[in-house]
Design a binder for this molecule. Sequence first.
Ligand SMILES: C[S@@+](CC[C@H](N)C(=O)[O-])C[C@H]1O[C@@H](n2cnc3c(N)ncnc32)[C@H](O)[C@@H]1O
Length: 484
Amino acid sequence: MSIVWRLRVGNLPKYMEPKGLKKILVKMDIEEAKVKKAPKWNYGFLTFKSKATLEDAQKKLDGFKVRDNTLSIENCNTTEDAHRFRFDNRAAQVREKIPIDARAAAEKLAEQVTPYYKMPYDRQLSKKTTDMAKILSDFRNKMKKMPNKQETRLKVETAKMWLAWSLDNSLSLPFKTLDTIPSPNTEGYRTKCEFTIGFDLDGNRTVGFLLGLYKDGVTAVLEPQECVHVGDAAKKVATAMQNYVRSSDLEPYDRTTKQGYWRSLLVRTQRCGEIMIIVQFHPQDLTEERITEEKARIKAFWEAMRTASEGAVDTTTLLVQMYNGIANGFQEHIPMELMFGPGYVHEDMLGCRFRISPTAFFQVNTPGAEMLYSMCRDWCNIDPTKSTTLLDLCCGTGTIGITMANSVGKVIGVEMVEQSVADARENAKNNGLNNAEYICSKVEEVLHVLNQFDSLTDSVVAVLDPPRYASSFLLLHFYVDCSD
Ligand SMILES: C[S@@+](CC[C@H](N)C(=O)[O-])C[C@H]1O[C@@H](n2cnc3c(N)ncnc32)[C@H](O)[C@@H]1O
């Protein structure tokens, strides 16, 4: 009977990402473990290869302090069978709770990936406005409850003063919120799609989207042909990849059994016609020779697809990611091998051209992003008679700063993903700018540097565009550290 050597690590700081927990393991010199932690959990699970490594970790972690939290460690070893039973049982429980579902599979999928698709667009917009107001008011409530510990007292005081200001001004929210602005295009707009490779309800090898959530035991994958947000070019790529996988002697990867090879397909389809394809593959126990052979085969396939008589796809660049971990989807920290092309694609926006690398963030609705950036430019209301420094915080490939660079003295972009910073530097150069500089760092770690620009130029304007998961955290830092 094989044992799953597991520890539950409790009392972790909430919103700590899995990599935060991994960093602790490295710091404590703990042998490699599989880490499972959702950002919202204040606990996580570590799975070790042996009893000895588990015991060593237990000793080192018990009572260890992370920020102000003393970790609690609980041994939760189990057998492989019990572990699998729990997963299957949970899936069965969830299935039992779901009433018999007479919807066609395509309808179920549409509800899964575009949950508002049946609502008229004006109702979708008002729903998004209410949802956003709720998120912001939750943020305010969280700030109210912030602990007043000695070492963070000053910061907390500043944050609370800011909050008090918003309340004193009788605002129901500490921000002025506008109604959601309609997108210029509502169909086929996505320039980036991440497809799963798996099996449909009849067991056919399929490239598309999961029909539900894996944590609810759903593993069926359906083709994206009827999904309104996916463009024709991406659908064509998914179909071609599906044909390839169906004729392959290697099976798709099955997350439940952890067997199989073909995992995911990432497709970027840009306005200028360029296409990036990334294929993710589990090497299992294939020999190096076999893997090399498979890579050559997939390369030859996409090269041939350029001139195919049916469903041709003119791929600009093809990459392959070998990934043997358990997490789903593309992994930014795992290298990707370039099969052909330059390794990036371009997007044209507001008269500028942007290079996009595989792991760089880029807005997925180009006309929508153009509207967003134009509004941002209007709101910044740059005074042309002054020398202004524009801080483009969480700048990605540099889009916001670059589209505004001609109306300011200097642009300073800050971004934590290295490939994005390399793109931003290249994008500034290729758009003929020499007033843009980029810092590769977390914004919260360089706010003290950014504060100095206040005394160096007439005026400083900051645009903060964080990812959803970090918005409230970064906003708080920003207000607390730059409040004057
Ligand atoms: C919503 S995207 C916006 C990118 C860019 N402004 C745009 O519109 O294309 C957020 C970006 O913030 C970066 N990021 C996330 N957390 C960050 C942090 N703490 N400091 C700096 N950059 C961060 C991400 O890598 C991502 O590129």
